[in-house]
Ligand binder design. Structure first.
Ligand SMILES: Cc1ncc(C[n+]2csc(CCOP(=O)(O)OP(=O)(O)O)c2C)c(N)n1
Ligand SMILES: [Mg+2]
Length: 1030
């Protein structure tokens, strides 16, 4: 009681020191007492101590200043040796007259020459406390090897827990600029009042300086280093202080200690077992950070206790991934062991992946909380940190589907290596998604396995920041560094991290400072490059042994019990190993991280091999069109320019036509009706980079009032999410891929601002989207919308690099498939690794979006979308092309005069996308509509061999040419040409009409652009141009 009273009073005492402009009464007083007044000294002093700097995470509790006299009495009483808690007296109430009170204070100050010293000493103690809170982690004993230091260029820090003034002064020199703030030996036994910004007092409100220092050392300078004072939120800072400063807070019951020991036994003996059985196999073991397993289990236990029932994890292929699978996720050991058997055949389709990249999904009972918990580990490539945003996206989706709007049920844990966490930019991109409304997963617990090395590179060469974790500071995540040779300290920070997440729903980092007992892998020789570090490591007693000895010495367990625990687990491993011998076939299916219950048959096959019509009734089209051209809420004022756009849309609906934006509306709106959630994400997608979409309307009179008409279409429709993303491609595309992983019943689209920007997300495309199913038997229906087209806008923004996507398609250019096969087109889609299209009409764009969901399986879909065609008067489709019975057209054949008299056709031009409109314009201008047929390939991959063969056969006298606006070494030519040749059994040449090869995707000069365009059109329509070449 006394303490809380004093806390409140001390809060008032420092008020004016915290506020930039003190209350009037104090301005007056300050001017009365001149520059030497106590308050101005205080103010100055506090400013010097940086308390006023907003970014310093400083303290700003004080609010008023009327209690000067009480503090003066407190100081005097304390100085006179008053026992803790009795020095304080209530302040004079302001009602008695503030000026009188201040004048009284002034007279007391003048009567007490020691008061200055007293105030200074108290401020010094406050500064001291703050110094420990801000910088205590610098001198904490974090490194089990005792060789590292935060300031790379300093000598290693030597530590001692003695409260010896000389030692402290030296230690404080490292924490503060001014050393001991003017305090000295004689002050050690003086009692100081504790500010509200510390909890070291426990029940005490004042303590002798010696005890203050001892408790601060205990809280901040042992095996845990807490970085949190940069956090802007004071409540959060207080929360952390309370968690680490409260005396005796880090207590474990004997039961908890035994559980911890048992978990360490499993972690350690698992690696030893693998090492014994497969000594020459790489397994990227956990040795040196065995504490990771109990750490993760603690985070999961605590989170489960707080209501979480689904934990999605991401981790690299390193430091004990198999151990995590075995001992955290509880994958059957025999399944893991049989992965080491090189003689087993793979049973699944696809090429598979090495064992330490595979994922996992498992539902079980959490033994500690007795609650159900689902754990999944996302499969990942070798590319470190690439899975981070994928895990986030999957987590967001799982939260979304179970209505967990605050992240109370589903959470993610991400593991990182020290070098990768600091070095990979995707970490930063992912952190910046963490608090965005449409991307937040309401807090991720990050665990860094900080083994103080990255392959062969020392931290000094691997990063410029003191800690590998500094990147987390950008989002105000607290960072708990901990010496992983102290398992109890590790468990404690993990518990606090999980509590932090469930309290504040924000990211938090646990930095496990450990070492790597082996080399980069079990075969690698670390002494080549880190000889001294490894001499030290060789001397290092394994943490299990150390902890077991500790518990035996404490009488928590005895030696036989400990040995029994070991042999029990060894037996479990041996038995599983014996069972693994019975496995005849490897099933990668068993390693699936995201099953889609009910979507496939029980054998994992599609429920059919056909696709229904993707057309819609006239009523549905009209209804969606009407909503798309209106504002479906009352009293909502939209921009005048937008009114005109909506009016034009309305007219199109009346005329039964759609442009690109309206076609997209029709596709989305109809899928929403069918219960399919749609999520469109990317930079500026809400309006659309080209200002054509306008899916979010903004009230011109009310700030931040918006309306999404797409969500006003049908009474029981699925929700539509459209969200402008942060300016990231790698992070956001990874996130959306993860979102799409969670359910097949959602259309998840990522739109690049311009198609060429996808290359900063290349890793997600190359490692996940393209080969994901082949490696991990996991399908994904993500859609990439990539604005593409040569519009004379220069080398950037012109090309979405179709050549790259096409080069990665898995269909064989030289083999003509069996064209008679039933459902040829669907089978082709089923076999491909992704679908690549370039639609030339809005109607076809509409169909391909709908087909993506109506297909009985999921494949990534890459769509090169137009820019100028968005407003091109000819790029319109009639409702007739979208009615029931209509389909996506893989090929749009010539349907003009050339098709009426095909024998007269001299040239059959194949093309894709927007160049079609240039070609038809030119053909008309040259009056060659009967001589040249133009066929559009809308689906580039899988290649429509069947339809193109028909086209070629239809024009027996025509020579064949491929026409593209992209440069010859880019675009589609290299992909299309061999396939066209295969289609016609190489009976004829396939000529090229297009730009020459080039290094850049386009010229920066508008005139050159137009000249190049004219030249390619000339080639396309010059019927003699290829004559002498054959
Ligand atoms: C993006 C990426 N670049 C390079 C590598 C090659 N590589 C594999 S492990 C490793 C070192 C990683 O160090 P750290 O993050 O500290 O993890 P540790 O190996 O120490 O567990 C490197 C460079 C990789 N896998 N991914
Ligand atoms: Mg490392």
């Amino acid at each position: 009681m006394g303490r809380s009273l004093e806390l409140r009073s001390s809060r008032t005492a420092w008020a004016t020191c915290e506020t930039a402009s003190p209350p009037k009464v104090f301005n007056k007083k300050i001017s009365m007492c001149g520059g030497t007044c106590l308050w101005s000294q205080l103010l100055r002093r506090l400013k010097q101590e940086n308390h006023l700097s907003p970014g310093s995470g400083g303290y700003s509790e004080p609010r008023s200043c009327h209690s000067t006299p009480s503090w003066d009495i407190f100081f005097r009483n304390t100085n006179a040796g008053a026992p803790p808690g009795t020095a304080y007296q209530s302040p004079l109430p302001l009602s008695r007259g503030s000026l009188a009170a201040v004048a009284h204070a002034q007279s007391l100050v003048e009567a007490q020459p020691n008061v200055d010293k007293l105030v200074e000493d108290h401020l010094a103690v406050q500064s001291l406390i703050r110094a420990y809170q801000v910088r205590g982690h610098h001198i904490a004993k974090l490194d089990p090897l005792g060789i590292s230091c935060v300031n790379f260029d300093d000598a290693p820090v030597t530590v001692s827990s003695n409260v010896d003034l000389a030692v402290f002064k030296e230690r404080l020199r490292m924490l503060t600029v001014g050393g001991f703030y003017g305090l000295d030996e004689s002050d050690l036994d003086k009692v100081f009042h504790l500010p509200t910004t510390t909890f070291i007092g426990g029940q005490e409100s004042a303590l002798p300086l010696r005890e203050i220092i001892r408790r601060l050392e205990m809280a901040y300078c042992q095996h845990i280093g807490v970085e949190f004072m940069f956090i802007n939120d004071l409540e959060q800072c207080q929360w952390i202080r309370q968690k680490f400063e409260t005396p005796g807070i880090m207590q474990f019951t004997n039961e908890e200690k035994r559980t911890l020991l048992a978990r360490l036994v499993r972690s350690t003996r698992f690696e030893e077992f693998l090492q014994r059985k497969w000594s020459s196999e790489k397994r990227f073991g956990l040795e040196g950070c065995e504490v990771l397993i109990p750490a993760l289990k603690t985070i999961i236990d605590k989170s489960s206790e707080n209501g979480v029932d689904y934990v999605i994890m991401g981790m690299p292929h390193r430091y004990g991934r198999l151990n995590v699978l075995a001992n955290v996720i509880r994958k059957e050991l025999e399944q893991i062991f049989c992965q080491f058997d090189s003689k087993l055949e793979a049973a699944d389709e696809g090429s598979g992946d090495v064992k330490y990249h595979l994922g996992m999904y498992h539902r079980r009972i959490n033994r500690v909380t007795d609650r159900n918990i689902t754990l999944s580990l996302v499969a990942n490539p070798s590319h470190l940190e690439a899975a981070d945003p994928v895990v986030m996206g999957k987590t967001k989706a799982e939260q979304f589907y179970c209505g967990d709007t605050e992240g109370k049920k589903v959470m993610s844990i991400l593991l990182h290596g020290d070098a990768a966490f600091a070095g990979q930019g995707i970490v930063y991109e992912t952190f910046h998604l963490s608090d965005l409304p449409s991307y937040t997963t309401h807090g991720t617990v990050h665990v860094v396995v900080n083994n103080q090395i990255g392959f062969t590179t020392d931290p000094r060469m691997a990063r410029s920041s003191p800690y590998p974790t500094d990147v987390a500071r950008v989002v105000n995540a607290p960072i708990f560094h901990v010496n992983s040779d102290d398992p109890e300290a590790v468990m404690y920070v993990c518990k606090v991290a999980a509590e932090w997440r469930s309290t504040f729903h924000k990211d938090v980092v646990v930095d496990l400072v450990c070492y790597r007992r082996n080399g980069h892998n079990e075969m690698d020789e670390p002494m080549f490059t880190q000889p001294l570090m490894y001499k030290q490591i060789r001397k290092q007693k394994p943490v299990l042994q150390k902890y077991a000895e500790l518990l035996v010495s404490q009488g928590v367990v005895n030696q036989p019990e400990y040995e029994e625990e070991i042999s029990k687990y060894d037996k479990i491993c041996e038995e599983a190993f014996a069972r693994s011998k019975d496995e005849k076939i490897l099933h990668i299916k068993h390693w699936l991280d995201s099953p889609w219950p009910g979507f496939f048959t029980l054998d994992g096959q599609p429920r059919s091999m056909s696709c229904p019509s993707t057309g819609l009734t006239e009523d549905i089209l009209t209804h969606i069109g009407n909503v798309a051209s209106s504002v479906p809420v009352e009293n909502f004022t939209i921009h005048g320019g937008l009114s005109r756009i909506l009016k034009t849309r309305g007219e199109m609906v009346k005329n039964r036509t759609v442009d690109w934006a309206l076609a997209e509306y029709m596709a989305f709106g109809s899928l929403l009706k069918e219960g399919i959630h749609i999520r469109l994400s990317g930079q500026d997608v809400e309006r659309g980079t080209f200002s054509h979409r306008h899916h979010v309307l903004h009230d011109q009179n009310v700030d931040k009032r918006t309306c999404i008409p797409m969500n006003h279409l049908w009474p029981n429709q699925a929700p539509y999410t459209v969200c402008n993303s942060s300016l990231s491609e790698y992070g956001v595309l990874g996130f959306e891929l993860g979102f799409a992983m969670a359910s097949p019943n959602a259309l998840v689209l990522w739109e690049a601002q311009f198609g060429d920007f996808h290359n900063t997300a290349q890793c997600i495309i190359d490692q996940f989207i393209c080969p994901g199913q082949a490696k991990w038997v996991r399908q994904n229906g993500i859609v990439l919308l990539l604005p593409h087209g040569m519009e004379g806008m220069g080398p950037e923004h012109s090309s979405a690099r179709p050549e790259r996507f096409l080069q990665m398609c898995n269909d064989d250019p030289d083999v003509l498939p069996d064209l008679q096969e039933a459902n040829f087109d669907i089978n082709q889609l089923y076999d491909c690794n992704w679908v690549v299209v370039n639609c030339s009409t809005p109607g076809n764009f509409f169909h391909v979006l709908r087909r993506q969901i109506l297909l009985p399986f999921r494949k990534p879909l890459i769509i090169f979308t137009p820019k100028s065609l968005l407003r091109h008067p000819e790029a319109r489709s009639s409702f007739d092309e979208m009615l029931p019975g209509t389909h996506f057209q893989r090929v749009i054949p010539e349907d003009g005069p050339a098709a009426q008299n095909p024998e007269n056709v001299k040239r059959l031009l194949f093309c894709t996308g927007k160049v079609y409109y240039d070609l038809t314009r030119e053909r008309k201008a040259r009056d060659m509509v009967g001589q040249v047929a133009i066929t559009r390939i809308e689906q580039l991959s899988p290649f429509p061999f069947d339809l193109l063969l028909k086209e070629v056969q239809k024009y027996p006298n025509a020579e064949l040419a491929w026409c593209q606006e992209e440069h010859k070494n880019q675009g589609y030519y290299d992909y299309v040409k061999p396939r066209l040749r295969t289609t016609i059994s190489r009976a004829k040449p396939v000529w090229y009409a297009g730009r020459d090869p080039a290094a850049a995707p386009a010229t920066g000069n508008k005139k050159t652009h137009l000249t190049e365009l004219q030249r390619l059109l000339d080639t396309a329509f010059d019927l003699d141009v290829f004559k002498n070449l054959s």
